[in-house]
Design a protein around this ligand. Structure first.
Ligand SMILES: NC(=O)c1ccc[n+]([C@@H]2O[C@H](COP(=O)([O-])OP(=O)(O)OC[C@H]3O[C@@H](n4cnc5c(N)ncnc54)[C@H](OP(=O)(O)O)[C@@H]3O)[C@@H](O)[C@H]2O)c1
Length: 309
């Protein structure tokens, strides 16, 4: 029997083999980039892979470790069918080197690149956007966000103008602390962002009460940050046993435990996992492919975490 190449769908084994070879390979086979489940941005219908990269840590390490580790993380994300890369411009030297990585032929057209404005004042916000365009070598950013609702009333009209001019495909705002949830809720009720980003995980569940249902009701895509409490999650669970019943939804690690809890919420479009380690990127990316917990299993997961943490 002949294999129809156009219908080739790589198995988990193919992807794993590819990921382990990624450090040595200079380019990615195009056919590998189709393996991660996707969810639609409600406003456009565009499908986004459900696991993305929070790049802050890996970008901040370019100065000490060079571009190699981040390049490998990005290749691993793409090899597993991922594309969303969340960025937060801070150090122009590192960001310029990051821009060079984003511009390499193997990655340039395969990533969905976001950025943020985190300065106060209209001119400062516009200047920060122009700097992101220049450093990342992109006239159009996929998603431009107001960081942590900073000077939101001033920056929101700027972002709307940037979108109207075709310089950002989507616009939105972010929070990463529960104390900002009320303000994010008010913003969601008043405006029509394409995307909001919020902290949400098995340990930080407040977004379930209002933000997630409201975003779903209004047709706003949701990106999730702090799936692992910026790493503190793993320290708190060190030495604690993963319950045997986690196998019922294909969960083998504590990282998968939080990611599967998040992904099982229907309002979630994409989870941003921050890592500077390609093995962790592969683990996080592959979590999207197995079974997800149902409502009863999610309640059991939350109760278990409340008990052991
Ligand atoms: N206000 C905002 O807009 C805002 C604020 C915070 C975060 N964010 C976004 O959210 C992203 C995520 O950041 P976060 O703070 O939320 O971090 P996080 O993803 O909750 O945690 C990151 C930490 O978890 C570790 N890790 C990742 N995958 C792992 C795995 N499979 N096994 C073991 N350890 C693992 C990483 O270490 P290794 O490097 O060793 O893997 C890192 O130290 C940020 O990069 C940013 O894009 C946005």
């Amino acid at each position: 029997m002949t294999v129809n190449r156009t219908q080739f769908v790589p198995s988990r084994r193919h992807v794993l083999a590819l990921a382990s070879a990624v450090g040595a390979s200079a380019a990615l086979p195009a056919r590998a980039a189709s393996t991660m489940p996707t969810r639609k941005v409600p406003k456009s219908g565009e499908a986004l892979p459900v696991i993305g990269l929070g790049s802050s840590k890996a970008v901040s390490q370019i100065g000490t470790d060079g571009p190699g580790p981040l390049t490998e993380v990005l290749r691993t994300l793409v090899a597993h069918g991922g594309k969303v890369v969340d960025t937060w411009p801070r150090n122009p030297e590192n960001d310029g080197k990051f821009g060079q990585i984003l511009g390499t032929p193997e990655l340039r057209t395969r990533l969905f690149v976001t950025s943020k404005i985190d300065r106060v004042g209209k001119e400062q916000g516009v200047a920060q956007f122009r700097e992101a365009q220049k450093l990342y070598g992109r006239k159009t950013l996929d998603l431009m966000q107001v960081f942590s609702l900073t000077d939101l009333a001033v920056h929101w009209p700027t972002l709307r103008a940037i979108k109207d001019a075709g310089e950002a495909r989507y616009i939105g705002a972010t929070v990463s602390e529960e104390k900002l949830h009320d303000q994010l809720e008010a913003f969601l009720r008043k405006e029509m962002p394409d995307v909001v980003q919020t902290n949400y995980s098995i340990t930080e569940r407040k977004a379930e009460a209002k933000i997630l249902p409201l975003a779903q009701e209004k047709g706003v895509a949701v990106m999730i940050n702090r799936p692992f409490m910026n790493g503190a999650y793993f320290g708190k669970l060190q030495g604690k046993p993963l319950p045997a019943w986690a196998a019922e939804f294909d969960c083998k690690t504590w990282a998968e435990f939080s990611l599967k809890y998040i992904l099982a919420h229907p309002a979630v479009t994409c989870v941003l996992t921050e890592t500077a380690d390609a093995k962790h990127m592969a683990e996080n990316a592959m979590t999207a492919s197995g079974r997800l917990p149902d409502a009863a299993q999610r309640a059991r997961m939350a109760a278990y975490i409340d008990e052991v943490m």
